[in-house]
Design a protein around this ligand. Structure first.
Ligand SMILES: [Zn+2]
Length: 368
């Protein structure tokens, strides 16, 4: 959404002036004469005339990914996203008076799930794959995290879920420096990301992966969509020391860390849920009555584990997700079952959160 409450937080992303005025067509900079136009549900606050070497895959392939990511309709915060969201809430402790930035928000699902807990929730992303609920509830900016369109110290809190692993090191530094800049002194940021480090219990975790692969061989489901989602992970912060050093360079002080050794999570994702999706997707296929035509198998072959998505596997998985989503009203049996599974996944944080591994939640503070 576009809300008046956002205007006092803005500064020009091109020349960094705060001399902005709002007209019918957008926000104008009195200093460099740039115009930042209003679009359906968001303001285009990308810096003008800036050339960057790095552009996210989500920007370059926006149209293609839009279909595949199935982004407009949000499910409730369940499963891995639910674990992230519950950890975000526990660690960042939103308050009614908070102004919060979801920096690199994607669909802005975490912003939507927490918008009613805070005074103003702002979502910022260079790609505008915003969910419908975000357009309705979150102040949205098309923006570049290397030159945020926000004034110094305007935010009480910020978060970065599944962001840092996508960036090369210089972009990580700019991203963190800019996030630190827009936080007020004493403001806090939560990041969830991954290094290349292995969990000490990786052999146990791999048992689920192996079991999952057996299902691929048996033709039950397809990993190609997941592989594609992760296809631009750079993990430039390779070790935990790299993570701490990056936050230190940005002047952000670690407050709390929780690691995610995904023992229960991997079992749920690679075995339980994929099996469920495959079954639901097939029920739908059969329900349509594909008379005469042999079932399409192209996406089910083991060789489909490659960077190129198989349209059939993706379509089936999206169908399954839509089918589940239709039954996901909070309190419904499917919702409660998935919430139970979410809590099972969260056990990983409670039991193994102290054990250093690749996936981490880190809470940092900007010194007062
Ligand atoms: Zn300007």
């Amino acid at each position: 959404m576009i809300t008046r409450e956002l205007f006092p937080l803005l500064q020009c992303p091109t020349c960094r002036s705060r001399q902005l005025y709002v007209a019918d067509d957008g926000v104008h900079c009195a200093s460099c004469a740039s115009c930042y136009g209003f679009h359906a549900g968001y303001i285009d606050l990308m810096p003008r005339a800036a050339a960057y070497n790095y552009v996210s895959k989500y920007v370059t392939d926006e149209a293609e990914l839009a279909e595949e990511l199935d982004y407009r309709e949000l499910a409730p915060a369940l499963l891995a996203a639910g674990v992230r969201d519950r950890a975000l809430r526990r660690m960042l402790r939103f308050r009614r008076s908070d102004v919060v930035l979801d920096n690199g928000c994607g669909t802005a699902k975490h912003a939507v799930w927490n918008a009613d807990r805070v005074r103003l929730m702002v979502g910022s992303d260079p790609a505008t794959l915003f969910a419908d609920a975000a357009v309705a509830q979150v102040a949205l900016a098309k923006a570049d995290s290397r030159s945020l369109p926000f004034a110094d110290g305007g935010f009480d809190k910020a978060f970065a879920i599944d962001i840092l692993e996508h960036f090369p090191l210089d972009v990580i530094d700019d991203y963190l420096a800019e996030t630190a800049r827009v936080l007020r002194p004493g403001g806090r940021m939560l990041a969830f990301s991954n290094t290349r480090e292995m969990s000490p219990i990786q052999p146990l975790i791999n048992l689920s992966r192996r079991l999952g692969r057996r299902f691929v061989r048996a033709g039950l489901y397809d990993f190609s969509r997941e592989a594609r989602r992760k296809s631009d992970h750079l993990k430039a912060l390779e070790t935990w020391e790299d993570v701490l050093a990056a936050f230190e360079r940005a002047g952000l002080r670690p407050v709390k860390v929780v690691f995610w050794n995904s023992l229960f999570t991997t079992f749920v994702e690679h075995v339980l849920m994929k099996l469920g999706e495959a079954i639901l997707g097939r029920m739908k296929d059969e329900g349509r009555g594909m008379k005469g035509a042999p079932p399409q198998r192209s996406g089910l072959h083991p060789s489909s584990f490659n960077p190129h998505p198989s349209p059939d596997g993706i379509a089936r998985e999206i169908r399954a997700r839509r089918r589940i989503r239709g039954q996901l009203r909070p309190g419904s049996p499917v919702y409660l079952a998935l919430m139970a599974v979410t809590l099972l996944m969260e056990l990983d944080l409670w039991l193994f959160g102290w054990m250093r591994c690749g996936s981490y939640f880190i809470l940092v503070e900007k010194p007062r």
